[in-house]
Design a binder for this molecule. Structure first.
Ligand SMILES: Cc1cc2nc3c(=O)[nH]c(=O)nc-3n(C[C@H](O)[C@H](O)[C@H](O)COP(=O)(O)OP(=O)(O)OC[C@H]3O[C@@H](n4cnc5c(N)ncnc54)[C@H](O)[C@@H]3O)c2cc1C
Length: 492
C-alpha cells in the first residue's frame, strides 16, 4: 500500500546501514524520523514480580553512549537530506501527537523480544490504531532473522549447542540492506518547534549522573554508527586482530583481546549482518580459521538469548528462572545486603572479583571472563539473589541488553539454559587468566607491592608478610567477605 506520510520511530536500531525499518519507511512520500528518550528507562524503578527490589535502570555509561549514538544518527540523517526529531517523553504519547501534526498514515519501528519493550510497543500500537494509522513492526536485530529459524521460535532448543547446530545447518543469514534514499520531511514539520531537532535531554535532565572517566579504561566507547563502523574497521582491517580472536578472547586487559562490538550491537549502531559480511570478506581477503568462525559463533550466542526470551518471556526474570528451581536458597536478608554492597563496590576482599567490579563501575565494560567470575561469585559463593547482581549490571553496563544479561546471569546462577551447575572457582580462574596479577593490580593498585604469586589470595599473608609488603588486611585492603574455601565446599 502506498504511504504518503510516515514516521519512523528509532529504538535500538540507531543506524542507517542494514536497517529494514528505514528501508520500508523510506518508501513513503514524506518521512519524519523520531527518537524518544523514554523517562521510564531512567531513574530508579521496581524490579517487579515477587521479591521485587528497587534499582537504577540506566547508569551514566550507557546513557552517555546512547546520547552520542542519537547525535550521530541525527548527523547521518541530516547528511542524507533528512533530520531527527528528539523527544523526551513516552512514545505512546509522543508518536500519536506527531502523527496528528504531520497527518501521517503509517508508523514504522523495530520490535524487541522483552516485556518492557513489548509493553511500550503495544501501547503505541493501540494508540495509533485508534487514530486509524497503520503500524509496521519489524524484527531487525539478530544475525539470523526470526523468520529464518529452522523451527518456530516456540520450538527452539533450550540448550545452545543443538540450537546452534540446527541454525548452522538449516538457516541462512540475509545480506545487509543498502541505505535507502530518504524522502523529504513532511511539510507540516515546519510547524514543530525547531528546538526539538536541535537539542537532546542532558544526562541530568534524564536523572542520570555523569559517568566517571578513567584513564585505565580498555577502549573509548563513543556511541554511534560512525564509531561502531570505525571500531569494526580497526579490529578487523587495521589491526588484523580477528585472525587470533579465539586465542585472545579470554583476555582481561587492553582494547583488542576481543572485538568490543557489544555496545554498538546493543544500541543497534552496528548490524550483526554487516559484521557477518565483513567477516566473510576478511576470510576471503586475509584468512579463514577457527578465530574468524568463532566471532560468528559468539554472535549466535547473542541470537540464542534473543530467541530464548521470545520463547520463555518473563520467566527469565524470576528467581527460579526458566527451570523454576526452588531448591536454591537465595539470600536477601540484611547480611546479604551487606555482602551485595561490598560486591558492587569491589570491596569483597577477593582481588579478582574486586578488580572486575571496579572496572565495571569505572568504565561500564568488563570482559566476558570477568563477567562470568563476578556473577558466579555473587550467585554461587555468596548465594545472594542473583537478580540483584543482574540488575546492578543492567545499571552499569555500557552494552546492557536484557536477553544477553539476564540470560547469562541465569545460566551462571544455575536457573537458566543449562542443566549443570555453572560455578567458577574465582581463585583458580584468577591464577589461570591473570597469572602475573597484571589485571588485578591495574584496578587494585593497593596490591601492587605484593609478589604476583600472593596477590590473588591476600588472606593467606602472615602478619609479618603484611608488614613487609605494606598491605595490612582490614586496613589497606579488606578481609574476604566470605571464607572462600568453605564457600566452595558447599557447592561441591
Ligand atoms: C553475567 C554476564 C552478563 C552479560 N551481559 C551482557 C550484556 O548485557 N550485553 C551483552 O552484549 N553481552 C553480555 N554478556 C556477554 C558477553 O560478556 C559480552 O557480549 C562480551 O563480553 C562483549 O565483549 P565483546 O563485544 O568484545 O565480545 P566478543 O568476544 O568480541 O564477542 C562478539 C559478540 O558476540 C556476542 N557475545 C559474545 N559472548 C556472548 C554471550 N555469552 N552472550 C551473548 N552474546 C555474546 C556479543 O554481541 C559480542 O559483542 C554477558 C555475559 C555474562 C557472563
Amino acid at each position: 500500500m502506498a504511504v504518503d506520510t510516515a514516521l519512523i520511530w528509532f529504538r535500538r536500531d540507531l543506524r542507517l546501514h542494514d536497517n529494514s525499518v528505514l528501508v520500508d519507511a523510506a518508501r513513503a512520500e514524506a518521512l519524519l524520523p523520531v527518537y524518544c528518550f523514554d523517562p521510564r528507562e531512567y531513574g530508579t524503578a521496581d524490579f517487579g514480580g515477587p521479591d521485587s527490589f528497587r534499582y537504577e535502570k540506566t547508569g551514566g555509561h550507557r546513557a552517555q553512549f546512547r546520547r552520542e549514538s542519537v547525535t550521530d544518527l541525527r548527523d547521518s540523517l541530516r547528511a542524507a537530506g533528512s533530520d531527527l526529531l528528539v523527544a523526551h517523553g513516552r512514545p505512546e504519547t509522543v508518536l500519536p501527537a506527531l502523527v496528528s501534526t504531520t497527518d501521517a498514515d503509517a508508523v514504522f519501528f523495530q520490535t524487541l523480544p522483552t516485556s518492557e519493550e513489548r509493553t511500550t510497543e503495544r501501547a503505541v500500537t493501540a494508540r495509533l490504531r485508534e487514530e486509524g494509522v497503520a503500524v509496521h513492526r519489524l524484527w531487525t536485530h539478530t544475525l539470523v532473522h526470526l523468520a529464518d529459524l529452522p523451527t518456530p521460535y516456540t520450538d527452539i532448543d533450550d540448550t545452545f549447542t543443538p540450537f546452534r547446530k540446527r541454525v548452522e545447518s538449516s538457516s541462512t543469514t540475509r545480506d545487509p540492506l543498502d541505505v535507502p534514499t530518504l524522502p523529504p520531511l513532511p511539510s507540516a514539520t515546519s510547524s514543530i518547534e525547531r528546538a526539538t531537532f536541535e537539542t537532546l535531554p542532558s544526562l541530568s535532565t534524564l536523572g542520570v549522573e555523569d559517568p566517571p572517566v578513567d584513564e585505565r579504561r580498555s577502549l573509548d566507547f563513543d556511541g554511534g554508527e560512525s564509531a561502531g563502523r570505525d571500531r569494526l574497521a580497526a579490529y578487523l582491517w587495521d589491526r588484523d586482530c580477528l585472525r587470533v580472536y579465539k586465542e585472545t578472547r579470554n583476555g582481561l586487559l587492553g582494547a583488542d583481546y576481543s572485538s568490543k562490538f557489544s555496545p554498538w550491537l546493543n544500541e543497534g549502531c552496528l548490524s550483526p549482518r554487516f559484521v557477518n559480511v565483513e567477516v566473510d570478506r576478511y576470510e576471503a581477503e586475509r584468512v579463514a580459521n577457527d578465530s574468524t568462525y568463532w566471532l560468528l559463533f559468539e554472535l549466535l550466542w547473542r541470537d540464542f538469548f534473543q530467541f530464548q526470551f521470545l520463547k520463555h518471556g518473563n520467566r527469565f526474570f524470576a528467581r527460579g528462572g526458566i527451570r523454576n528451581r526452588t531448591d536454591i536458597e537465595w539470600r536477601t536478608d540484611g547480611e546479604a545486603e551487606t555482602a551485595f554492597g561490598r560486591w558492587a563496590a569491589g570491596e569483597t576482599g577477593v582481588p579478582f572479583v574486586d578488580a572486575i567490579m571496579r572496572e565495571l563501575n569505572r568504565t561500564g565494560f568488563v570482559s566476558n571472563r570477568g563477567r562470568q567470575n563476578a556473577a558466579s561469585f555473587l550467585a554461587n559463593n555468596l548465594r545472594v539473589d542473583w537478580r540483584w547482581g543482574a540488575a546492578y549490571f543492567e545499571t552499569q553496563l555500557v552494552d546492557y541488553d536484557p536477553c544477553s544479561n539476564y540470560g547469562n546471569w541465569a545460566y551462571i546462577a544455575g536457573v537458566g539454559n543449562d542443566s549443570r551447575d555453572r560455578y567458577f572457582d574465582v581463585v583458580k580462574q584468577a591464577k589461570q587468566y591473570d597469572e602475573q596479577a597484571t589485571y588485578v593490580t591495574h584496578w587494585l593498585p593497593e596490591l601492587a607491592a605484593l609478589p604476583p604469586e600472593t596477590v590473588h589470595e591476600p588472606w593467606r599473608l602472615s602478619p609479618d608478610e603484611q608488614t613487609q609488603y605494606g598491605v595490612e588486611l582490614g586496613v589497606d585492603y579488606p578481609r574476604p567477605v566470605v571464607d572462600v574455601e568453605a564457600s566452595y565446599e558447599k557447592l561441591r
